[in-house]
Design a protein around this ligand. Structure first.
Ligand SMILES: *[C@@H]1O[C@H](CO)[C@@H](O)[C@H](O)[C@H]1NC(C)=O
Length: 338
């Protein structure tokens, strides 16, 4: 019988300033494994050594994969800097670390067209969001209006009313009021197929649909045909305005139950901003399982924001598992690059 504490079972004993178990090791220990894991800043499994993302160089249109410096470690930003020296680079692939092949690439047109050739959305600059993790330089994904990433053939993501969880670490100071800076589950058709066809984290101060307390920005759920801060389709005072430089945003959903949680990604615990039943018209859900970053489900691409890392899980993660993931994020020591 294994009754030793979960933190020991997970190998969470600190090695120097680095927590050993990655976010996806933690989710797996709770039987809610990552089915997609995206980050340009670090590996999200403790043994992951593969490519994190691919950059495209403007001077000759060649590409390079950027991997972590060590297993489970921070991205090799120096390799990107060397490859992109004297020219500019964009992020052309954000690899899925889960093994499911759920990579994010340039989002295609749908309900709305993007500004790039063929109606695609633009690619993000590879140097738009420099940060440090445990003192090591890395680059996030700075989404400006017109940019976006997508995967319409994702494997293992929730469909229909299946349970899932997700989190994203974002820049709490980069946002706008347009639709929609999202990360999560969306339509496979790039079009609005109706209420309940999405379940994605939203971050920003859009007031077209729901809002939380104060003037924003808020972590909300994009459930399609609405950004929700709680059960009410409009105002929920439990969903606070975010004031931290780095923010952890969490969303999960299962049969007639869902939750928004959040916290400062560099210190402290998560708080539950909403947990309860579905809004009217959203039970059951009709999730489609595509993955989006930086856009709405119909490719609405007017929003801005910065993404550092995020995952989607199979199953509804427990609050305890999410709290351990937050501890891991805090231990990664995100800081502004100076
Ligand atoms: C890179 O590819 C783009 C799109 O095909 C093209 O417009 C551009 O001229 C190419 N640049 C170089 C240096 O070959």
């Amino acid at each position: 019988m294994l009754f030793f504490p979960l933190s020991l079972a997970l190998g969470l004993v600190a090695k120097g300033s680095v927590v050993a178990a990655g976010p996806c090791n933690i989710y797996a220990s709770g039987n809610t494994p990552c089915v997609a894991a995206h980050s340009t800043t670090r590996a999200l499994y403790d043994a992951y050594t593969g490519a994190l993302y691919q950059v495209l160089r403007a001077s000759d249109n060649t590409t390079a994969d950027i991997a972590p410096l060590t297993a489970g470690g921070v991205a090799n930003a120096a390799a990107q800097d060397a490859f992109c020296d004297g020219t500019t680079c964009s992020i052309i692939i954000i690899y899925d670390q889960s093994g499911n092949g759920n990579h994010l690439t340039q989002a295609p047109p749908g309900g709305f067209a993007g500004p790039a050739p063929g109606g695609y959305d633009n690619l993000a600059s590879a140097t738009g969001a420099p940060v440090t993790l445990n003192g090591q330089k890395a680059y996030g994904v700075s989404i400006e209006p017109g940019m976006g990433y997508r995967n319409n053939n994702a494997m293992g993501t929730a469909t229909g009313d299946e349970a899932e969880g997700m989190y994203a670490v974002l820049d709490g100071t980069n946002y706008n009021d347009q639709c929609c800076f999202d990360y999560g589950n969306a339509e496979t058709s790039n079009t609005d197929t109706g209420a309940g066809h999405m379940e994605a984290i939203y971050f920003g101060d859009c007031t077209i649909w729901g809002t939380g307390s104060g003037s924003g920005p808020w972590i909300m759920a994009d459930l399609e045909n609405g950004l929700f801060s709680g059960e009410s389709a409009t105002y929920n005072d439990g969903d606070p305005s975010i004031t931290s430089r780095f923010v952890t945003a969490m969303l999960k959903g299962q049969l007639n139950e869902w939750s928004i949680r959040g916290g400062d990604a560099i210190s402290g615990p998560l708080s539950t901003y909403y947990s309860g039943g579905r809004p009217a018209g959203y039970n059951p859900m009709n999730k489609e399982g595509a993955i989006i970053l930086g856009i709405g489900g119909d490719n609405s691409n007017g929003a801005q924001g910065t993404f550092y890392e995020g995952v989607m899980t199979s199953g509804y993660p427990s609050d305890d598992i999410e709290n351990l993931v937050q501890e891991n994020i805090v231990a990664a020591k995100y800081a502004a690059f100076s």
